[in-house]
Design a protein around this ligand. Structure first.
Ligand code: 5RP
Length: 282
């Protein structure tokens, strides 16, 4: 279940309106470029994120054939991407299985430092700023996505040009936050204290029950004013949030498992991007 807006059918006015065919070909082009630039036949462990875009990453990798992919294992960031990987005939390794392998057989991961066992992680995003900080969690998989990103040497964020924004939350409506159901109201109040306007528990539809995550939790979509981006940090003194400062503040709320702001504490590793963006962040 997605947050109330935007969707392909109800784009906000500041997102370019594209036909479904154009959107799909832009997604495919971004993914083909991402795989051409960041996938290597020598890799053994590949992280696969969630959402409709990353399906084209799987398509592009599977197209290389079993001679390339048979020795590889694919770590999905959720049940949907596990099904996608399996459906493409690729081998799935869950996060716990990867961690068990790494602790039981460290020699299988030569040269790995900082527990970055996964060679590369491909994932989509809901919105990406000029420095490749991203909002994710439109598909409610943000926690596992953050775990897979953490375990990866490189995070390739694949997004078509609709997802670009000068600042996070300039076009995407809210920050997705995964919360323990028992504390959802407490978290909503604390998000309002941080400046969110009317944070809501995501539901399966209007008036329906909350939509659960793969972890049995709920998602709260918390609308904030657009965040600062690189070069605007001075404004933080006026009480405005940067991606990192808002993520840290939300993470500090009792009952929050994870927040859908992906902005590396070590700083972004930006690349020059075309209109169909394949961005890389550590
Ligand atoms: C799921 C995500 C997705 O990567 C994000 O929602 C983008 O999805 P799509 O590629 O379908 O636009 O973060 O939690």
């Amino acid at each position: 279940t997605r947050p109330p807006s935007p969707t392909n059918t109800h784009p906000p006015h500041h997102r370019p309106i594209m036909t479904t065919d154009l959107i799909e070909s832009a997604k495919r082009a971004a993914c083909q470029r991402a795989v051409a630039e960041h996938f290597d036949p020598s890799f053994r462990y590949i992280g696969i994120g969630s959402g409709s875009t990353v399906a084209y990453v799987v398509e592009a990798i599977a197209a290389q054939g079993p001679s390339v992919t048979s020795g590889m294992q694919f770590i999905p960031s959720g049940s949907g991407s596990a099904a996608l990987v399996r459906g493409a005939g690729l081998s799935v390794l869950s996060i716990p299985e990867l961690l068990a392998l790494a602790s039981g057989s460290p020699s299988s991961f030569p040269g790995v430092t900082n527990r970055q066992y996964i060679d590369v992680y491909f994932d989509g995003a809901d919105e990406v700023d000029a420095q490749l900080a991203a909002i994710k969690g439109g598909g409610a998989c943000l926690f596992q996505e953050k775990v897979v990103a953490r375990l990866s040497k490189k995070f390739v964020c694949v997004a078509d040009s609709r997802k670009r924004a000068p600042r996070l939350l300039a076009s995407w409506p809210a920050v997705p936050v995964e919360v323990a159901p028992v504390a959802a109201d407490l978290v909503r109040l604390a998000l309002v204290d941080l400046g969110a306007r009317n944070p809501v528990v995501r539901t399966k539809g209007p008036g329906a029950a909350p939509a659960g995550t793969d972890n049995g939790n709920w998602i709260i979509d918390a609308p904030f004013a657009p965040l600062l981006t690189a070069g605007e940090e001075g404004e933080a003194e006026k009480g405005k949030w940067t991606p990192e400062s808002l993520a840290a503040a939300i993470k500090g709320i009792l009952g929050v498992l994870e927040v859908g702001i992906f902005a590396g504490p070590t700083g972004p590793q930006a690349k020059a991007l075309g209109p169909d963006a394949a961005g890389v962040r550590p």
